[in-house]
Design a protein around this ligand. Structure first.
Ligand SMILES: [Zn+2]
Length: 258
């Protein structure tokens, strides 16, 4: 740096040089790797319309995919947790909020989240989950992802429910507390069973709350990617109620149930 610059001037110049360099690098990256739609993979075009620009810029959804998203109508978003309710259920009123029908491109996106560790898709899907929640105006004290067994988590390397729950909790400004619930027993994958009774048996007593946590009176939101018979969310909720939770509801990205 030439001697006729003072120290503060030279640091300002080096700061602005750095800014220029960072700007150049990000423009170069954008040119080499332009942002693509999280659903169809096509390059995102500049949108003039405000709504289309928001979804393109903030959520990486192209105009075409936005038009075909299988969003449920508000009156179809709330379903009873169990598809096959039974006598003596200890959480008979449990509700699950579902923003999407189980159709493409959501099915493909959920597969990517589940099998290919795609946090950016988790952020996009969780936006629609949080919008559905905001419309309900419910209050929660904690957000918990449905946990995987340590064996399955180790094999997969992550838990897909966490990829949805963490950004959802952040957007809702509710504490994200995955430690409240653990999978204490390894179970076979629920998708192996089509019979709701077999699913219930498979998941029975699979969860527990570590002794150090007191859930007395807490209002808890359980998060998962999809729900079919509701057995997994229901079992997790029953476990939380046994430990004193005051209210438990579920939210998933999609379900084939109405
Ligand atoms: Zn698209």
């Amino acid at each position: 740096m030439p001697a006729f610059y003072s120290q503060s001037e030279s640091s300002e110049i080096s700061d602005s040089l750095e800014e220029v360099q960072v700007g150049m690098v990000s423009r170069l990256c954008a040119a080499l790797f332009p942002p693509v739609c999280v659903f169809c993979g096509r390059i995102l075009l500049k949108e003039k319309d405000d709504a289309a620009a928001f979804f393109s810029k903030k959520l990486q959804i192209c105009r075409n995919c936005l038009a075909i998203l299988p969003l449920r109508f508000p009156e179809e978003r709330r379903i009873s947790c169990l598809s096959n309710p039974y006598e003596g259920d200890s959480a008979p009123d449990m509700q699950v909020l579902v923003p999407f029908r189980y159709e493409d491109p959501i099915v493909q996106a959920l597969r990517a989240v589940k099998f290919h560790d795609a946090p950016y898709i988790g952020i996009t899907l969780s936006f629609f989950m949080s919008e559905a929640l905001l419309a309900e105006a419910s209050h929660f004290d904690a957000v918990i992802p449905v946990p995987l067994s340590s064996q399955r988590r180790k094999k997969r390397g992550y838990n897909q429910a966490e990829l949805l729950a963490e950004p959802l909790a952040r957007r809702m400004n509710v504490p994200y507390v995955p430690a409240f619930l653990i999978r204490s027993r390894h179970t076979r994958q629920q998708s192996r069973f089509s019979d709701p009774i077999l699913r219930s048996v498979n998941i029975c007593d699979a969860f527990s709350v570590p002794d150090e946590f007191d859930l007395e009176g807490l209002s808890i939101l359980l998060v998962d990617d999809v729900t079919t018979t509701g057995s997994t969310l229901h079992e997790a909720a029953v476990t939380l109620y046994r430990k004193g939770a005051g209210y438990v509801a579920g939210i998933v990205a999609a379900s084939g149930r109405m």
